[in-house]
Design a protein around this ligand. Structure first.
Ligand code: SAH
Length: 465
């Protein structure tokens, strides 16, 4: 380690920066986050620097650096975008006793500024001793994604509560308390009730820990999206990371299940046997049992849990027992499918509304307002529509739909094996039957793939567009 990372106290102390161009601006954006007194010395400062000076955020001296300018400064930055000028001012600053950084000059610098992830008061500093700035940026990006923007708020409020937590025995008990706060209780309270909800949540968490009744079960109804793991939300990933139990459906892709915490118990409620037909009451009872046992449960549903997902029945079962739950939305199949064919669900002048229908319901093929659906320009996304295609085709034609209406069927949207069938209403069957699709598929009435929108006359099965 050639450079030793430390966090320097700069509150109320003087930092001097020489330069008024791009390098200076980049450093100033960082320095102005601190509570240091910042002075900029530049004969020709950028307008932004002048604005900061007018706002009183820094002191601006409009001339080149002179001997004595860096007296009493804790840090000095040479940021002139000019090697010779940087070397000149660095020598002057050192003579004044300052510790010097020359921007983009590792060897000329007494210290280097790390890449920073800022969740004040939590700060992560990343350094590679100049070896791999690209790597530092990647690590920063990964951490920016992983560390919730709320972490600073959690830490700030948590700090005010440290004294109360001393009621718990030193060591393990306190560590468990803080883990529960940062991983579960804090983020949840913040999401549900904002900053004001944090203190009461801390208090009731502490009460539970003092009583030795530490774990409180919870179920998150999480949308897994259409299949591509990159289409998971950050919240979904975090929930999977923290899960004790994952209860998943048939359509959740294996790559997504891989992301669950290694120790999590994985329960498949979507296969034949225990089954595709696992009765809803069994699923409800399973969720309730695990949550009541104090587990962090993820109930993973394909797409968005609020779309044809029987979500309400599960929420009601959990609520009837007075247990905790939350919903993490996901990308529904219709969104992923239109993205693949380059179309919008709504379009000015074409359709002001879009309908999501199910092809069949508990009573068989589902009935709908066919006359409304048959109007020109309407866009309809039909979920679970493969078997019902002939029925839907018949109903629409019977209610006056144009037989030439574009129909697109997208199978396995967003997955590697995605396929697109492009057809018209009057050829939907037999085309769909002939295509022999075996994966989940969405039928769009009123949309053609953008690329082929002008040449609709040859219905055929295409590979992913
Ligand atoms: N909650 C899910 C829908 C569940 S119903 C969502 O929001 O997407 C199951 C139906 O969704 C399937 O029959 C199929 O019509 C559709 N579906 C789910 N995943 C799909 C995918 N990757 N590609 C196309 N259709 C999909």
């Amino acid at each position: 380690m050639k450079h030793f990372p430390v966090f320097m106290s700069v509150e109320g102390r003087r930092i001097v920066l020489s330069g008024g161009g791009d390098a200076a601006l980049a450093k100033l954006r960082l320095l102005l986050k601190t509570e240091a007194r910042v002075t900029v010395i530049a004969p020709d400062p950028a307008p932004q620097i002048m604005r900061w000076a007018l706002e009183g955020r820094l002191t601006l001296i409009e001339r080149p650096v002179e001997p004595g300018d860096a007296l009493c400064a804790v840090l000095f930055y040479a940021a002139n975008d000019d090697d010779a000028e940087d070397a000149r001012v660095a020598a002057l600053a050192r003579a004044d006793g300052a510790t010097v950084n020359m921007v983009d000059n590792l060897h000329g610098s007494d210290f280097i500024t790390p890449a920073i992830v800022d969740r004040d008061p939590v700060t992560v500093a990343i350094g590679t001793e100049g070896a791999a700035p690209v790597l530092a940026r990647r690590i920063k990006r990964d951490l920016e994604e992983r560390l919730s923007p709320n972490l600073g708020t959690l830490a700030r409020i948590g700090k005010g509560f440290r004294h109360a937590v001393e009621a718990l025995p030193f060591g393990r008990a306190r560590r468990d308390f803080w883990s529960a706060y940062y991983d579960e209780t804090g983020p949840r309270a913040l999401a549900e009730g904002g900053e004001e909800a944090l203190r009461p949540a801390l208090k009731s968490l502490l009460d539970r820990h003092l009583k030795g009744d530490a774990t409180e079960g919870h179920v998150a109804f999480v949308g897994s999206g259409p299949g591509d793991p990159d289409l998971l939300t950050m919240k979904a990933r975090k929930a999977l990371d923290a899960a004790d139990v994952v209860i998943f459906d048939r359509l959740v892709s294996p790559e997504i299940l891989e992301l669950a915490r290694r120790e999590a118990e994985m329960i498949d409620v979507g296969k034949e046997g225990f089954g595709r037909h696992t009765p809803q009451e069994h699923i409800n009872a399973l969720i309730v049992r695990h949550v009541a046992d104090g587990a962090q449960v993820v109930r993973l549903k394909s797409g968005d849990p609020t779309v044809f997902g029987r979500l309400d029945e599960e929420i009601e079962a959990v609520e009837a027992e007075g247990l905790n739950w939350s919903v993490v939305p996901g990308i529904t199949a219709a969104s992923a499918a239109v993205a693949s064919i380059g179309q919008s669900l709504t379009r000015r002048g074409r359709n002001q509304s879009v309908r999501f229908l199910t092809g069949h319901d508990v009573a068989g093929f589902a009935d709908h307002d066919w006359a409304a659906l048959a109007r020109p320009g309407e866009v309809t996304a039909i979920y679970m529509g493969k078997k019902a295609a002939r029925f839907i085709q018949g109903r629409l034609l019977m209610h006056g739909a144009n037989p030439d209406t574009a129909v697109t069927v997208i199978e396995n949207a967003s997955r590697a094996d995605e396929r697109v069938l492009e057809t018209r209403l009057f050829t939907l069957e037999p085309d769909l039957g002939n295509a022999g699709l075996s994966g989940p598929a969405l039928v769009f009435i009123g949309l053609a793939p953008r690329r082929a929108a002008r040449a609709l006359s040859t219905p055929d099965l295409q590979e992913a567009l």
